[in-house]
Design a protein around this ligand. Structure first.
Ligand code: NAD
Length: 490
């Protein structure tokens, strides 16, 4: 009899993929482990008097890497939270921040709680107490550790946290910057709520701009008309599904939630479905779709794009070989285990990895943090424009690094052809020659392009993207100078 397959834990899975990436690099002895491990994880147990008794809660704040401070990462409220999970999520934050070049180390926090078991007032008491425990140890601090929303938390919890921090630091003029994802009236920034889902949309748009990449997934055309399956209609999944269906013409043919799945081959009305979930707690009895008891089975449904946007490890050794979507975009953190990743690659399924696909949240969080520290207000158009540019830069940097780490020989460009002089060129000084023919250069203005350096078009994104971010993390860790961290400076 075959022994049952042992699925690595979430953290082991992240480490396995990290190891695969660093094998392509030439690191000094010991550096690999230094980068991989979490620097510290703080566990707190605290009591809150509720419903006539003291209830003890367990929470964590893990700091993966302080190569840059503050460290950044969400706070999750879920019954599944444990040390392994927060450490895995904190590591992913380090790689993600490096990829999109926001000047943060990686961190993550979590409270083991089912928020549905407590009313709003009770949740406020619990959240404030957790925030107090973290803030008094500088695990919430504008210059050291800046949380944000994650699964089970949102603007409401961030507003409680910033208020708690303010009460404890009454003269700190930068107190608003202690956490991001706040409501606008509490120092938040327009566009943060939908930023992660918006980033998923932008990443898909970028993918569909490149016929070679689409060919690898066996897809043609654009997003319009593509059949999409979404797991988790929370913050990330809802906004991704809404934007893709309303703005890009995709058909969301199935949505998987905790209580099951809902299917409609003609496309589900996402806003209505979200209101139904808010009113009833699930997707059952939604009039405009058929209900499926075993929601997880819909991950294996025939579709063009699969968007796991709920939680980690949902595509694993148990179901990977039955996945039929040719393209998966990891909107959640770590939805594909390392073992499943190998199987999907062998099947030729294209994966747009989480550290790029869901980096929109931390990107706009960065703008919020800068806004709070600068005490200047930005408008939504400004945020969206800079955000889109940052994601495209992330894709291009990733593309280059992935190609380089695969050891491909990069073509040298012919000598610069004479072309009309750029009136700005003298002011920028001498540029290094571009290593790519002009037709391979990115189609929009990026930092690398403006500096006249390399940047091929994005290749098929896959987990080798880890190599890119790891490389950046390494150069940060090794103290290499970083040209500019701020999109505002570019
Ligand atoms: P959320 O709590 O707003 O939404 C999660 C949704 O998934 C909920 O609708 C929930 O009912 C559903 N869900 C939970 N367990 C499920 C299951 N087993 N099957 C089907 N549905 C299930 O959380 P979110 O903020 O949207 O985060 C989702 C994922 O995206 C997480 O992995 C998170 O780490 C990641 N992420 C979030 C952000 C952000 O800005 N919120 C940023 C980056 C990454």
């Amino acid at each position: 009899m075959n022994a049952p397959l042992r699925e690595p834990s979430f953290r082991e899975s992240v480490d396995l993929m990290f190891n695969r990436a660093v094998r392509l690099m030439d690191l000094s002895p010991g550096l690999e482990e230094k980068i991989r491990v979490c620097n510290s994880t703080y566990t707190v147990r605290f009591g809150v008097r509720l419903r006539g008794a003291i209830h003890t809660f367990t929470g964590y704040r893990s700091v993966h890497s302080e190569h840059m401070e503050p460290v950044k990462g969400g706070i999750r409220f879920a019954p599944s939270v444990d040390q392994d999970e927060v450490e895995a999520l904190a590591a992913l934050m380090t790689y993600k921040c490096s990829l999109v070049e926001v000047p943060f180390g990686g961190s993550k926090g979590g409270l083991r709680i089912d928020p549905r078991e407590w009313n709003e007032h009770e949740m406020e008491q619990i959240t404030r107490r957790f925030a107090y425990e973290l803030a008094k140890r500088d695990l919430i601090n504008p210059s050291q550790n800046v949380p944000a929303p994650d699964m089970g938390t949102g603007e409401r919890e961030m507003a409680w946290i910033v208020d708690q921090y303010r009460r404890m630091n009454t003269t700190d003029i930068n107190a608003s910057a202690c956490v991001t994802g706040k409501p606008l009236n509490a120092g938040g920034i327009a566009g943060r709520v939908e930023a992660t889902g918006r980033g998923v949309q932008y990443a898909l748009r970028e993918f569909f701009r490149h016929p070679d990449d689409m060919k690898k997934a066996g897809l043609t055309g654009g997003i319009e008309g593509k059949r999409v399956v979404v797991q988790g209609l929370g913050n990330v999944g809802f906004h991704a599904a809404k934007f893709l269906s309303e703005e890009d013409g995709a058909k969301v043919v199935a949505v998987v939630e905790r209580d099951g799945g809902v299917v409609n081959p003609a496309g589900l009305p996402i806003e209505y479905l979200k209101s139904h979930i808010a009113a009833t707690g699930g997707v059952r009895d939604f009039a405009q779709g058929g209900f499926v008891d075993d929601g997880a089975s819909l991950l294996e449904a025939e579709c063009d794009i699969l968007i796991p946007a709920a939680m980690e490890s949902v595509i694993n050794l148990g179901n990977a070989d039955r996945i039929r979507a040719p393209l998966i975009i990891e909107a959640a953190n770590g939805p594909i285990t390392a073992g499943a990743d190998d199987i999907l690659r062998q099947k030729g399924i294209v994966i747009i990895p989480d550290m790029y696909a869901n980096a929109g949240g931390v990107t706009v969080s960065y703008f919020e943090w800068v806004k709070n520290l600068s005490h200047i207000r930005f408008g939504i158009q400004y945020v969206l424009a800079v955000f889109a540019a940052v994601l495209v830069v992330g894709a291009l940097v990733t593309a280059l690094c992935a190609i380089e780490t695969k050891g491909r020989v990069l073509r040298k460009s012919p000598r610069r052809r004479s072309k009309p002089a750029d009136p700005e060129a003298p002011a920028r000084g001498r540029q290094p020659p571009c290593r790519f023919p002009s037709q391979d250069r990115p189609r929009i203005g990026t930092v690398a392009q403006r500096r006249g350096r390399e940047c091929p078009r994005a290749p098929v994104p896959n987990k080798d993207i880890f190599a890119a971010s790891t490389r950046q993390a390494i150069s940060h860790a090794a103290g290499a100078p970083v040209a500019s961290h701020s999109p505002f400076e570019r």
